[in-house]
Design a protein around this ligand. Structure first.
Ligand SMILES: [Fe+2]
Length: 286
């Protein structure tokens, strides 16, 4: 695809595009926004280099795509002035746990998972801290017709709290405050039920809609059948041909479409890493 407002370098056949020629500190014209939106739909994840914007400007940018969505399970600090902005910050005193992240789609355990995410890199360590995205549309497309037919019409439960179980995240339960908070949120929570093959509401493309972080059980299947099939799909989604791995630079701003993607944040650094994240409310998957 070519664009009039900017140039876009495609980063892998499956997904990923780096955009040059847009300054996000200036108001976007409708033309520019429409082309950025087209690029997002085409590439699933787009990155703008060397952006210098305020939290208000990041919120305004996110609002062009939809309504910001408050975090379903908090574990992230919020910006005091802009409650839409999650502060994702780690350093040597508060290091991320290697192997802690799992492939996921943001807030998939809710009835209306996110449309997308706007992530702004405020400070990036000299090495480590990459993010990998998977195009679940590329993954679905490459399945055999027999497997596609098998998955057609299947639904699965997505549990927001599965990655926050006490045996997975013991540190969240270390004090009474944390334990009470999680327990009170869990008490009224019910896992969300979504189709395993999701249709993108704008492009009509289909993609696998399961992830190892939160997808817990296939509806109407025996647990062992469900585990077996889900394990296969989680493994299949790790196929490198479906992904793009981004080496961040400070002042990168990424936008991705959560409707047909998974991502994984590498926790392989101890130097300071600070990101400002806004997630955008999506619709009910079908
Ligand atoms: Fe995420």
């Amino acid at each position: 695809m070519t664009y009039e407002s900017f140039t876009l370098n495609e980063m892998s056949p499956a997904c990923g595009g780096i955009i040059e020629g847009i300054d996000l500190s200036q108001d976007l014209t409708n033309r520019q926004f429409d082309e950025i939106h087209d690029a997002l739909l085409d590439r699933t994840v787009i990155v703008f280099r060397d952006q210098h914007i305020t939290p208000d400007q990041q919120v305004a940018l996110a609002r062009r795509f939809g309504e910001p969505q408050p975090a379903a399970v908090s574990g992230f600090e919020k910006s005091a002035e802009n409650p839409e902005v999650d502060i994702l910050e780690y350093d040597a005193d508060n290091p991320p746990h290697v192997t802690r992240d799992l492939w996921h789609t943001d807030f998939v355990g809710t009835e209306r998972p996110t449309l997308g995410t706007v992530l702004y890199a405020k400070d990036i360590p000299p090495e480590g801290g990459d993010t990998i995205w998977v195009s679940t549309a590329a993954a679905y497309e490459a399945l055999s017709e027999r497997m596609k037919a098998h998955l057609d019409g299947l639904w699965a439960f997505h549990n927001s709290y599965q990655p926050y179980d006490e045996h997975v995240r013991p540190e969240m339960y270390e004090d009474e405050k944390g334990t009470d908070y999680i327990k009170s949120r869990r008490a009224t929570y019910r896992p969300a039920l979504h189709p395993m093959v999701r249709t993108h509401p704008v492009t009509g493309k289909q993609g696998l809609f399961v992830n190892e972080s939160m997808t817990s059980l296939i509806k109407d299947m025996d647990k062992r059948e469900s585990d077996f099939l889900l394990r296969y799909l989680f493994d299949y989604l790790r196929t490198p041909e479906f992904n793009y791995r981004h080496r961040w630079q400070t002042n990168d701003l990424a936008i991705w479409d959560n409707r047909l993607s998974l991502h994984y944040a590498l926790f392989d650094y101890t130097d300071h890493r600070l990101m400002h994240r806004i997630v955008i409310q999506g619709d009910v998957p079908y």
